[in-house]
Design a protein around this ligand. Structure first.
Ligand SMILES: [Zn+2]
Length: 501
């Protein structure tokens, strides 16, 4: 018996060294969560670039500090990689550029309950998001967060801060923009406004070299103005179908914009009123003026299927009680308007989605840049998970999964004006990369950090996939560890709330 055991040990050792010599066995070694290395090799991985080209590989990626030094055929580095100190084994995995969330909000409380920034940061990292464009939050607080992230002091995506700016007069709008520039904002976020004010605001922003994200609404200004004054990106979708109406939308006489229940109900009946011929002209005009579109399809999904939104499987372990409270119907909370939501509303919204998605697809076909963002923290949408859901919705809109990934990487980098360093798996670019333990092109559900159902070799039901490693600025994060940290935050917050009750 003992002899047999020794024989087996020798045999397995022999096989092990054989595998090693043939380079078939690349083990992960010398890598710790949250560390950056002078030299890190990702071995034997299939690469999806982010520029809209199909996967290729197996490749080896060499990262030096926070830069991608080279990407080359795995066979070329096979021998030398044995001597490497810091190695991530990418065998059977897919490597993508880190996802960019082009419409994020940094929240540190919801419904009066504290919500640590760490919670959303770790959810984002666990979902493979390495960059967030914050389009409006408490600037004083978030400016510190941006610094800490830049310096690698916290586990968080890169943060770009767009400061709210508006004004009662054109002169005031200019002052707000100047103030944002002085305070170091990366760009401007605006809401709907009158035409003269919008004109002044955009003029000032262009002079100061600030990008502008515009959340239009039912207002004097719409997508024609977004094109005319050349905003950087349209957020959501309001203003686009509005620009293709003949006059006003057919609102009932008792409609009140300030009543969110009214606002979201009749928003669901807007796209059907847009004149398709006029819409094409609007889209062409936006493309001509290089206005990008960040549709955030995910944030309105509750409108077409409320029960789906209320019962997302990850809520069980990952929904922070602050969000849970905030999402409950309450006229005092923005986006919590479902107290009298009806079957009829959902049916209108389903049609609304079809027309909206077709317009987004058409916009891209005409040459427009479409970006991926989530707007989570509102309307039952959880940070990070919502970005992955947004990818699914882009696919539903008619984008090939390869192009969906481009929307979330290179296109978003273009919207930030950083396409020369972010959003691609390319030598010379910043080392923002993710490793996924299945092929996301086959199923975007594999990108959910909780994975997706599948059978193992023995036919046992398991969770497959999930982002395994998220590399931001060369810092390597173990995604399941990030997720475990989030579970702990949620658990503690729930206990704390229970204690107070
Ligand atoms: Zn928003």
């Amino acid at each position: 018996m003992k002899k047999r055991k020794t024989f087996l040990t020798i045999l397995s050792l022999l096989m092990f060294s054989l595998l090693l010599s043939q380079g078939l066995f690349a083990e992960t070694r010398g890598v710790e969560n949250g560390q950056r290395y002078n030299r890190l090799v990702i071995r034997n991985v299939i690469v999806i670039d982010g520029k809209g080209t199909p996967p290729r590989g197996p490749e080896d990626i060499i990262i030096e500090g926070n830069r991608i030094q080279s990407i080359q055929a795995a066979s070329r580095t096979e021998k030398s990689s044995e001597k490497e100190e810091h190695v991530l084994d990418g065998s059977g995995m897919y490597l993508l550029p880190g996802l960019i969330n082009i419409h994020a909000h940094l929240h540190d409380s919801r419904a009066g309950i504290p919500l640590p920034f760490e919670y959303s940061y770790k959810l984002w990292l666990a979902c493979g998001i390495t960059t967030c464009r914050d389009v409006g939050s408490n600037y004083e607080k978030t400016v510190e967060e941006r610094r800490k992230s830049q310096e690698g002091l916290i586990a968080a995506p890169r943060i770009f801060l767009y400061m709210f700016a508006g004004g009662r007069t054109p002169e005031e709008a200019r002052q707000r923009v100047q103030e944002a520039k002085k305070r170091g904002a990366d760009g401007i976020k605006t809401f709907s406004m009158d035409r003269d004010i919008m004109k002044a605001l955009l003029d000032e922003a262009h002079k100061l070299g600030l990008r502008v994200a515009h959340h239009a609404a039912v207002e004097e200004t719409d997508a024609w103005d977004d094109a005319e004054f050349a905003v950087t990106s349209i957020e959501h979708w309001y203003g686009v179908p509005d620009a293709a109406l003949h006059g006003s939308q057919n609102f009932p006489p008792d409609y009140n914009f300030n009543n969110e229940s009214d606002r979201f109900r009749y928003a669901g009946r807007l796209w059907r009123e847009a004149d398709p011929e006029k819409l094409k002209k609007v889209l062409d005009r936006l493309v001509e003026k290089q206005v990008a579109w960040c549709p955030t399809l995910v944030i309105y999904e509750a409108n077409r299927d409320l029960m789906r939104a209320m019962n997302q499987p990850w809520f069980k372990d990952y929904l922070h009680p602050a969000l849970d409270e905030y999402f409950k119907p309450n006229p005092g909370h923005h986006g919590s308007y479902f107290w009298n939501w009806t079957t009829t509303d959902e049916i209108f919204w389903r049609e609304n989605y079809k027309l909206w998605m077709a317009a987004v697809r058409d916009f891209a076909d005409r040459g427009g840049i479409v970006g991926v963002g989530e707007d989570a923290g509102f309307i039952y949408m959880l940070y990070g998970f919502s970005v992955i859901r947004e990818l699914e919705l882009h696919q539903e809109a008619g984008f090939h999964p390869i192009d969906v990934i481009q929307n979330a990487t290179l296109n978003n980098a273009k919207i930030l004006g950083l396409e020369d360093r972010l959003g691609r798996a390319r030598a010379g670019y910043l080392a923002d990369l993710i490793l996924v333990d299945e092929n996301p092109l086959e199923n975007f559900k594999y990108l959910y950090p909780t994975g997706w159902m599948g059978f193992d070799k023995e036919g046992k039901l398991i969770q497959k996939g999930g982002v395994k490693w998220t590399i931001k600025d060369g810092l390597v994060y173990h995604a399941p560890t990030m997720l475990a940290d989030v579970r702990k935050i949620v658990e503690e917050a729930r206990t704390e709330l229970q204690r107070k009750k």
